[in-house]
Design a binder for this molecule. Structure first.
Ligand SMILES: [Zn+2]
Length: 180
């Protein structure tokens, strides 16, 4: 079975699965029943810096009781999710799927059946490259406005340069990238 059809099987038919499917289903969703899953990230997505932002937004959902991370995810990355779980008062755990699950890296779940339809997204909201690779978090007015237009979700990651910054010779993090 290829990756795509497996994904479809669990997202589309998981809600009304038979008991045999339920065991597989729990393996797929890091030990949770599909009906309790509210959101999930793939291994590919979890390594992007945007993932933390997306999960933070999701953590504001009060139906979410726990955040589960597959244990093969790097510590430097899991640390950020551990902090989020703590901040939003969610239970945090890691689970070792022994390599049986190469798809799902993180699950946000409820303790009850929720039957959320869409728990996976194809692509994370993306920070444009020049902002992703910004040399610093300080931006000029023009680039703050551009960010507001393109990805308002990431506004609080940056700040507009002050007059003092300018006097001290601090340069806009994005202008520095674009110059190269
Ligand atoms: Zn700039």
């Amino acid at each position: 079975m290829n990756k795509q059809s497996e994904l479809e099987k669990y997202t589309e038919y998981g809600l009304s699965g038979t008991p045999e499917i339920k065991a597989d289903e729990k393996k797929y969703w890091l030990g949770e029943f599909r009906e309790r899953v509210i959101f999930a990230l793939t291994f590919e997505q979890i390594n992007r810096k945007e993932a933390v932002k997306v999960i933070e937004e999701k953590c504001k959902d009060e139906r979410i009781d726990k955040l589960i991370v597959e244990s093969s995810v790097l510590d430097t990355i899991t640390e950020k999710f551990m902090d989020l779980a703590h901040k939003y008062d969610k239970d945090y755990k890691t689970i070792d799927m022994n390599g049986t699950n190469k798809e799902i890296a993180l699950v946000l779940a409820s303790n009850e059946a929720i039957d959320e339809r869409q728990v996976l997204i194809k692509e994370l909201p993306k920070l444009p490259d020049e902002f992703y690779y910004a040399h610093s978090k300080k931006l000029c007015k023009k680039h703050m406005e551009e960010l507001q237009k393109k990805s308002p979700m990431f506004m609080d990651e940056f700040e507009e340069m002050t007059l003092l910054d300018k006097m001290m010779g601090i340069k806009c993090g994005v202008c520095e990238v674009v110059k190269k």
